[in-house]
Design a protein around this ligand. Structure first.
Ligand code: C5P
Length: 223
């Protein structure tokens, strides 16, 4: 058997949306199937990595050989990720974390007061999990995703630098692209380099992303 690229390398992957509760029966969430993150976890495990997958609410089976931690809200995801990030070699933030959550969670189901009454929701910002992991010292090799509707490369490169990431995987969303789909196209950007991955199956894209991570982690000269 060929030697596997990532034998023993510890991967931590976040995937899926987060759900932020409004009351016991309602939530606000992001559109995310979790497929990209699950595919990254599967691809890393197939290369011999020891993978922990922190998953928001999704309907996907756990990839073979992967340890899975299920969470619901951004704050739960943050806790699960930060507990493990220090003991990880690579962190891949593939989750579509909700940027905002309701300021208060109503303990009982909210009722309509009258036929035409509305509801004002007050939202507060969620923690940026990726930025927190990137600020750790020492820190894992940090990989972020960027979903953009325009000027993909420019915005993604700015995000790479602003969040001090080691690698960013950017994709164009909107107009039938990206979310809740089986295929995708990714642009990988890192300090001093880029690689465009053509539209393909999320499993193929995940394998290419994992291969790029393996190369970038090697000392210069062995790449
Ligand atoms: O800034 P933006 O939300 O577009 O960044 C997207 C990247 O940041 C993704 O990798 C996502 O998983 C991560 N992220 C995070 N925590 C947040 C928001 C985004 O980890 N609260």
């Amino acid at each position: 058997r060929r030697p596997r690229e990532l034998d023993g390398v510890r991967f931590l992957v976040s995937a899926g949306p987060t759900y932020e509760d409004i009351d016991p029966v309602r939530f606000i969430g992001n559109r995310s199937s979790g497929r990209m993150g699950f595919a990254v976890a599967a691809a890393a495990a197939a290369e011999g990595a020891q993978v922990t997958l922190v998953a928001g609410p999704v309907h996907l089976p756990t990839p073979r050989g992967v340890e899975r931690v299920d969470v619901r809200s951004a704050r739960e995801m943050r806790e699960a990720v930060l507990e493990r990030a220090g003991a990880s070699d690579v962190f891949v933030a593939a989750a579509a974390v909700g940027d905002f959550r309701p300021r208060d969670v109503a303990p009982h189901k909210l009722k309509k007061a009258s036929a035409d009454s509305g509801l004002d929701l007050s939202l507060v910002q969620n923690p940026d999990i990726l930025a927190e992991v990137a600020a750790l010292d020492p820190r894992p090799f940090v990989v972020g995703f960027a979903a953009e509707t325009e000027r993909v490369e420019e915005y993604a490169r700015a995000k790479l630098e602003r969040k001090r990431l080691d690698l960013i995987a950017a994709n164009e969303v909107g107009a039938g692209l990206g979310f809740e789909r089986e295929d995708n196209a990714l642009l990988l950007l890192w300090p001093g380099g880029r690689e465009a991955l053509d539209r393909g199956d999320k499993a193929d894209l995940a394998r290419a992303l994992v291969a790029r991570i393996a190369r970038l982690r090697k000392p210069v000269g062995e790449q």
